[in-house]
Write a protein that binds this ligand. Structure first.
Ligand code: CTP
Ligand code: MG
Length: 240
């Protein structure tokens, strides 16, 4: 659906429809195929809003978002929705089996693909302990899952589609560091361009680039080492 998964923002500004308040202001950056971008910033700084512009959940107010050099407006919406795996900040599960929840949005997923995605998302072992394993029902009158378990199911759902671009919106917040490290390691073989919103410096340190948002603007861009030198705000976050 997408060729390489390169992403470029060119002078992007954004405000929500029917609002005058600019949420993102003049953002420019680019991420190459297979690279990881960590996005940091305090609550309300615009992280989730930035994410939504890539699969066109919203359109930019000014500037351009390019995927593989082409404006996202020039893609069929299907290509964006299928080529970009967005794991939302709040995992959304529906009433149905674990398998159905993972394969949702990918017609014809076979069991091996579902299990592989679950393994990579670090939820397979948990599923095996459930009363009916992959056939266990979740949601109303089904088993209750913890926040971290829901997050990992939601990641498995994105992985089963083998996206070219993977966008994780604070999706590892409930995971312990060891599980998160295993997850990030498993993601490597997907070789997808990865945007990861995170509060954890340990996650940001592993990324090819860090984008620090402050009130809708880019406060700093670079690697962990570079930001330690150039961004007082980043240093403050590291020390907190
Ligand atoms: N906003 C809005 N309309 C929406 C969603 C968000 O006006 N439908 C505003 C928020 O009030 C906020 C700004 O857009 O001032 C940025 O929001 P968001 O991108 O969601 O911020 P995040 O950085 O994702 O914040 P958090 O860490 O709390 O998720
Ligand atoms: Mg958010």
């Amino acid at each position: 659906f997408l060729e390489k998964g390169e992403v470029e923002f060119k002078n992007v500004s954004f405000s929500y429809p029917e609002s005058e308040v600019p949420v993102l202001q003049n953002l420019s950056f680019s991420v190459k195929s297979g690279e990881t971008l960590a996005i940091l910033g305090s609550t309300g700084s615009g992280k989730t809003s930035l994410f939504q512009l890539v699969p066109r959940l919203y359109d930019v107010s000014e500037g351009e978002v390019l995927v593989d050099g082409k404006n996202v407006r020039d893609y069929p919406i299907e290509a964006l929705r299928k080529g970009i795996g967005v794991v939302p900040q709040e995992a959304v599960l529906f009433t149905g089996s674990i398998s159905e929840n993972i394969s949702w949005g990918k017609e014809g997923a076979v069991q091996e693909e579902i299990v592989q995605a679950a393994k990579d998302a670090q939820i397979h072992e948990t599923v095996l302990k459930l009363p009916n394993q992959y056939d266990t029902r979740v949601g109303q009158r089904g088993v209750n899952l913890s926040g971290g378990q829901k997050q990992r199911l939601s990641i498995a759902r994105a992985l089963v589609r083998k996206p070219k671009i993977l966008m994780l919106d604070d999706s590892t917040s409930a995971l312990d560091l060891k599980t998160e490290a295993k997850l990030l390691e498993a993601l490597r073989k997907y070789a997808c361009t990865t945007f990861i919103i995170t509060q954890k410096i340990s996650t940001a340190m592993e990324a090819d680039h860090i984008l620090l948002l402050d009130d809708g603007s880019i406060e700093a861009w670079g690697t962990h080492e570079e930001l330690l030198e150039t961004s007082p705000l980043y240093v403050k976050i590291v020390q907190s």
